[in-house]
Design a protein around this ligand. Structure first.
Ligand SMILES: NC(=O)c1ccc[n+]([C@@H]2O[C@H](COP(=O)([O-])OP(=O)(O)OC[C@H]3O[C@@H](n4cnc5c(N)ncnc54)[C@H](O)[C@@H]3O)[C@@H](O)[C@H]2O)c1
Length: 256
């Protein structure tokens, strides 16, 4: 029996990357996992998880479309009876110099990375309150909250906002037996990151104390822990998972 047996989980942006890693880990721990994504690759990912003997169901959904999110949540609640775990993972990142960021590009980041989290949580939280149980996990980032590279204003702003949202909501629902936490990944090898040239990926890895980028399975394992009752007293927290990439204080001291 896995630590999530009997639980129903809803994971956004689950067709690929971190969301896929999270969906796989939750399913492996026994949850019935609903994979929601705007890409129809979500059906293939769900089928693949099912073919390994786990419970997975794919559904098309764009987190920026509030009415669509409400309709999908209602349909899933009818089909599976409840949703115990919500993982707000869907997100985008496009780098651009601040003075060249158009309002459209800014709004795209705000719509997906902030309003998407907002929409899904508003659609699913009422069921959690009703059943007096819930686990909400937001995928934020070390970017904006701890570190940042140039040309990341839009992305960094949204990820820092998710941090604030996590704390504020955790406070509001703590008495309802609902925990709200966030995951702050460093660089993880997902399709989003694999777009970079190999030379950049190698250079990034060399700056990480553990000498490599993270794996989606590692994000999945952390999400499974936060989704389980093993983390029952943890709420309003953001956990860094970065192979130590945010640790170095200087690039020279102690390395002579
Ligand atoms: N990969 C990293 O290094 C890294 C680091 C820190 C944080 N993150 C965060 O992890 C999350 C996932 O990132 P990833 O690297 O797996 O990205 P990815 O691009 O590899 O996958 C993102 C998935 O989200 C889906 N998606 C995008 N917009 C959507 C929308 N409007 N509605 C529904 N689905 C949508 C995409 O179709 C895709 O399947 C994001 O929130 C990202 O900010 C990633």
């Amino acid at each position: 029996m896995g630590k999530l047996t009997g639980k129903v989980a809803f994971v956004t942006g689950a067709a690929m990357g971190n969301g896929e890693g999270i969906a796989r880990a939750l399913a492996r721990e026994g949850a019935q996992v609903i994979l929601a994504d705007m890409s129809d690759k979500v059906f293939e990912t769900a089928k693949n998880i099912e073919s390994q003997g786990y419970k997975a169901f794919g559904v098309l959904m764009n987190v920026t479309k509030k009415e669509e999110v409400q309709a999908v949540a209602e349909k899933m609640l009818q089909q599976f009876g409840k949703i115990d775990i919500l993982v707000n993972n869907a997100g985008i990142s496009k780098s651009c110099k601040f003075l060249e960021v158009t309002d459209e590009l800014r709004d795209l980041h705000f719509d997906v990375n902030i309003k998407g989290v907002w929409n899904c949580t508003q659609a699913i939280l009422p069921n959690m309150i009703q059943q007096n149980y819930g686990k909400i996990i937001n995928v934020s980032s070390v970017t904006g909250n701890v570190v940042v590279d140039p040309n990341m204003t839009a992305y960094a702003t949204t990820k820092a906002a998710v941090h604030g949202f996590t704390k504020a909501l955790a406070m509001e629902v703590a008495s309802r037996n609902i925990t709200v936490n966030s995951i702050m990944p460093g660089y993880i090898l997902t399709p989003l990151v694999q777009r970079h040239p190999q030379a950049h990926l190698d250079a990034m890895a060399s700056g990480i104390p553990m000498g490599r980028l993270g794996k989606i399975e590692e994000i999945g394992n952390l999400a499974a822990y936060l989704a389980s009752d093993e983390s029952s007293y943890i709420t309003g927290t953001s956990i860094i998972i970065d192979g130590g990439s945010t640790l170095p204080e200087t690039m020279v001291l102690g390395r002579e």
